[in-house]
Design a protein around this ligand. Sequence first.
Ligand SMILES: Nc1ncnc2c1ncn2[C@@H]1O[C@H](COP(=O)(O)OP(=O)(O)OP(=O)(O)O)[C@@H](O)[C@H]1O
Ligand SMILES: [Mg+2]
Length: 719
Amino acid sequence: MEELLDGLNESQQQAVVSTEGYIRVIAGAGSGKTRALTNRYAFIVNELGVDPSNMLSVTFTNKAANEMKRRVKKLVDGEQDTGFITTYHGFCVRVLREDIHRLFYPKNFIILDVEDQKILLREIFEDMNLKMNDKTFKRILDKIGMLKGNTHYVQQMILRGAMPDADDSGDLDSQIIQRYLKKQKRVYGLDFDDLLNFTFVLFEQYKEVLEKWQERLYYIQVDEFQDSSLKQFELVKMLAAQHGNLFVVGDPDQTIYEWRGADPKYMVEFDSYFKDAETIFLNRNYRSTPEILSLGNSLIQKNYFRVDKDMITENPSGVKVVHYHGKDENEEAKWVVQQIQEIVSRDGAEWKNIAIMYRANYLSRFIEQELIRENIDYTIFGGFKFFDRKEIKDALAHLRMIAVADDLSFSRIINVPKRQIGKKRMQFLRAKAEEEGLSLYDALKKYVDHERLLRTGAQSFIDAIESLKERQAELSVSELLQEAMQHTGYEAYMREDGDQERLDNLTELLHSIVQYEQSLGEDILLDEYLQMISLYTDDDRDNQKDSVKLMTIHTAKGLEFPYVFVVGMTENVLPNVRALRQRKERALEEERRLAYVAVTRAERELYLTESEGFQNGGQRKYPSRFIFEVNEDLYERIGQIDEALLEEAKEYIRASHHEKPIGIGDSYAKNTRVRHPVFGAGTIQEIDDKKNTYLVFFDQLKAPRPISRNFKKLEKLEE
Ligand SMILES: Nc1ncnc2c1ncn2[C@@H]1O[C@H](COP(=O)(O)OP(=O)(O)OP(=O)(O)O)[C@@H](O)[C@H]1O
Ligand SMILES: [Mg+2]
């Protein structure tokens, strides 16, 4: 027990031992929330004797889950099952694998990602003889996302048997969407939205299923709770209702997924949802130097919709934060890379101690080019899209053919390499499958001798898959994959193609499976492997390689690095142009939180860089307003920057007017003379922060009046 509490401060210790009831920990970045949560898990296992299968720990990414598993394994004795350290989606998959049969879905349903969704849509467009392009896809996908904003549609999908034929009475988009749902059902595919929705419906309709899970999960804890959506909140609330032990940690200032439905209010108003809730604050930062911490604080204080937290640190003082300004993108990239080389030679730092972060994926390119030129090894989290790559998806589709032979995997690879099964023959197969309620693969097997399928490679494909199916039990997953690649001719096709990178990626996939098998110390079942892999996103590939890490700020959530470069700190990039276009303070504040997340990842040194030039559409590039907003004493400026440019930038930022509550930055001080459109001139007598009002004594009135600080028409009188 000592071990679990040792090295934690008092508030953290309190968090660790507060096992019963509803508890929230609110604290700023780097204050040891995740560490407390991890130790609490171990505490409950070691000191309360609770089996890990009775405890759910929700993390934000698979990467975070893996990291927590790794740490927990060190803290608890023996080989414990840590399967319930997972993401919301991962948890839903576990529930559904166990209980989805109640909704007439098979346990080996497949999980669809955006690529898969596109494939299904493409088929629908083909069937309907419609033209498609990226924009249409996106529109339909957005509409599907909207439809899945609530759970009503689930009823339609879980009706026993096939879904009724698409109702062609609605407008074109809704016809497409109807067909899409039907197709999804045919392949027993669930997308990420469905995972949550199906779990909800399952719990709602089958009380005994809900009770079973409630009963099982004595303790529930959630990291990064500020980014939970309503549905996710409802889910943990529902699960905790039986035992009443819910522990959440988070930092409202790090909410960066509002655009995807996250709402920090479940964190902020936790005590109104749970009457006896306890709150623990942590106020000591262990991550960063005082210089970095002050800069972060100075930045986030500009947000209006927040509760101020006082963070202190006892870490030794370090160097000042740097703002570097380059004459163009090249200069910016060169400087960053040069600086990195210097850090390594000066401090003997490892490459992996250095992270480069940016607002959007495309921004990695100019840095990458320079890193390549200088022969510096780097890894991209997020943008790499390993599992989105065609060859990887194809390879996995082969495995799925062996395991489930679903239509989606079938369509993916039946004609890769070419087996003379093109559009026409596919339409024939689809029609047969539809008529007879068969999967496409079964239809192919049945009609392989049909004249429409003569002179195709169908038979040899079937032979390859069938022989692998037979030997599934005796081969490990990596062996299965290897053989599948050979027997189906996929590997030969790749070789002919001559794209070395693709071959390397295939090897890398094989390698990762072997590694996984080794880390388990036993062979993993094909079904299990496919299940796990389908939840992978790019961010999750564990990469311990000693290389510079590149990632978007969203991906960097929860992580920390000794040296951090935030590049492309340009107005219209961070803050993002879409947020600025909305002209809403809320949207801008989310961008500011994003900048805050970025700067608070740094432990020792922090560099904010940007450069001159022009943006798409010819707009001149200016340094981000977030650089101007922080107190100038808190950073040092390197690189040539003209005073004139600085002035121009400030003017440009001022001009992009916001519907901003007065009070941010330019609020009026006490005793300011103001003019009101109705009451005329007056003087601000008091400021009520709580009610967010000025108490104004108007010259013409007898008593002071409270006026909202958000009231835009209260002008300052220049006197
Ligand atoms: N009591 C402590 N003593 C020394 N180091 C600590 C202590 N608590 C946490 N740390 C270290 O401080 C760093 C930040 O901790 P952690 O990642 O848990 O913070 P966090 O609050 O979860 O941050 P974020 O909001 O960014 O997720 C980690 O390196 C952690 O090991
Ligand atoms: Mg954390």
